[in-house]
Design a protein around this ligand. Structure first.
Ligand code: ZN
Length: 497
């Protein structure tokens, strides 16, 4: 059993550069807070897996995709340009729970090809101090209901949760998560912390009919389209598409989807988002009625691509469709505002530490998102794909409307001006040298700081994962990928001058 309270924190974060890290000011201790009669709110952290940032206020065929949470967002502190630390689940969630950038915690990958967790690059070791541990330390009762095998018990995310309160049901529908949380809240001593991880917008897209039909009838489909849209086939189509994008010589198993087939795939995704919208909104309504002193945070671990840059799925690039996520803070004491500045969800832990006056012994990255957002604010994301051997090693930094994507292995760079080119189609490295130098310098400084972070001590770096979890990861395409492919194709990244 993992420790609920991390007593032997062995971190020496010698950060010489982090423009959005705190100044190192000691936060008030729990004892200090209690002595002045502070009543901490309950905290409900909702992760809607694979939820693109443009879904919250977006439309599908003229119909709002997430109408209920859009209303909630207007009565909340809502960020319209939030980015996640990584474009796939495990590194992103470890960042949220450690308050560290991906290159700080270095949990980059899934399990190895034989189902063995071989190092702390693919496992969340228990030496890390986590948000859940800090909350438990402050007297919170922790409860989680998770549905993605990347955060299954045994992979480290359960740190800080009593084992009986870390529930895992792979791909459980949103109604199951919402219902269980509402029921469990009755018997949870306050203050409680709930981490609820919804899986619905992740493949396979198979929404309840009432949530897909709102977007109209499906377009005419070919036999190939119909086959690829089957829930059991979708992931195989996605992996095949991904493998072919990495290796042009590979013979595809599936014929390309027609335009109608691609639209139908998007409609299925919208339906899942619409379903999650209704379920999360119902959860908020129920819990805030019974427990008015509750802070809700609603966000996602990453987005999802639908052929904007040649492929489907997530984890393989850092374009906006993959890293832009919704971010909502709602509850007592949260000033209603819409923040259009780019921010990173890596600051979630720091935000809660400040808001709840938690005692934290480790320096957290990111910005306090309930305070004024610093300017300039570099937003940094990173992905190496779920498998160590894949030719994916990308880093991005955004400052204002300028965004640089760096392919670390090849040295290729792409610079985008998001205001005039929100779809990231025009690489401006040839014409905007000063901006390129500025952003590249920020990445260099960030990387130098990350390299100085010592990893915490850990136990058991080599261990087989639970076979059932391995099977569930396989089913979602997180293992067994062919790592023999060559360079990225279909990318607009090219060599800087
Ligand atoms: Zn995910």
């Amino acid at each position: 059993m993992r420790r609920i309270i991390s007593c032997t924190l062995i971190l020496f974060l010698a950060l010489q550069y982090d423009p959005i890290a705190g100044a190192g000011t000691a936060l008030p201790s729990e004892k200090d807070s209690q002595s002045v009669g502070v009543t901490r709110p309950n905290v409900v952290l909702v992760i809607v897996d694979t939820l693109r940032g443009d879904m919250l206020f977006g439309q599908g065929n003229g119909v709002p995709v997430m109408p209920k949470l859009a209303v909630l967002a207007h009565d909340s502190r809502t960020f319209t340009a939030a980015a996640c630390p990584c474009s796939w689940t495990r590194p992103s969630m470890v960042s949220l729970f450690t308050g560290q950038h991906v290159d700080g915690h270095r949990v980059y990958f899934g399990c190895g090809p034989d189902g063995v967790v071989a190092s702390n690059t693919d496992f969340f070791p228990d030496g890390w101090h986590t948000l859940a541990e800090a909350l438990a330390n402050a007297g919170y009762t922790n409860y989680a209901f998770v549905t993605n095998p990347n955060v299954a018990p045994g992979l480290g995310m359960e740190q800080g949760f009593p084992p009986e309160n870390y529930l895992y049901e792979v791909n459980a529908p949103a109604a199951r998560v919402t219902g269980a949380a509402i029921e469990r809240a009755v018997s949870l001593p306050e203050p409680f912390f709930m981490y609820l991880h919804y899986m619905d917008p992740h493949v396979p897209y198979n929404p309840p009919p009432e949530h897909s039909e709102v977007f109209g009838k499906l377009p005419p489909l070919t036999d190939t389209d119909c086959n690829a849209l089957l829930p059991d086939i979708q992931i195989h189509y996605l992996i095949d598409s991904f493998q072919c994008s990495l290796d042009p010589a590979r013979v595809p198993q599936f014929e390309p989807l027609s335009d109608g087939g691609k639209n139908a795939m998007r409609m299925h995704y919208w339906g899942e988002c619409h379903y999650a919208d209704h379920q999360v909104a119902y959860l908020v309504d129920m819990l805030r009625t019974r427990y008015p002193n509750t802070l809700f945070i609603i966000t996602s671990d990453h987005g999802e691509q639908f052929w904007e840059h040649g492929g489907m799925g997530h984890g393989t690039n850092l374009y906006e469709e993959s890293i832009h996520v919704p971010l909502i803070f709602h509850g007592p004491g949260i000033a209603v505002a819409t923040i259009n500045k780019p921010v990173s969800t890596v600051g979630l832990y720091k935000t809660l530490a400040a808001f709840l006056s938690l005692q934290i012994d480790v320096r957290l990255s990111g910005s306090d998102l309930l305070d004024a957002i610093p300017t300039p604010y570099p937003v940094i994301s990173r992905t190496r794909g779920p498998e160590p051997g894949l030719p994916i090693d990308l880093q991005s930094v955004r400052v204002g409307e300028d965004k640089l994507i760096l392919d670390i292995k090849s040295g290729m760079q792409a610079l985008y001006q998001l205001k005039s080119d929100p779809r990231e189609h025009t690489n401006t490295t040839d014409t905007r040298y000063s901006v390129l130098r500025e952003l590249a310098s920020l990445l260099d400084q960030h990387n130098a700081a990350m390299a100085k972070i010592d990893l915490p001590e850990t136990k058991a770096l080599v261990q087989p994962i639970n076979p059932e979890t391995r099977e569930q990861l396989d089913a979602l395409g997180y293992t067994g990928l062919d790592a023999s492919a060559g360079t990225m194709s279909g990318s607009t990244v090219r060599k800087a001058p």
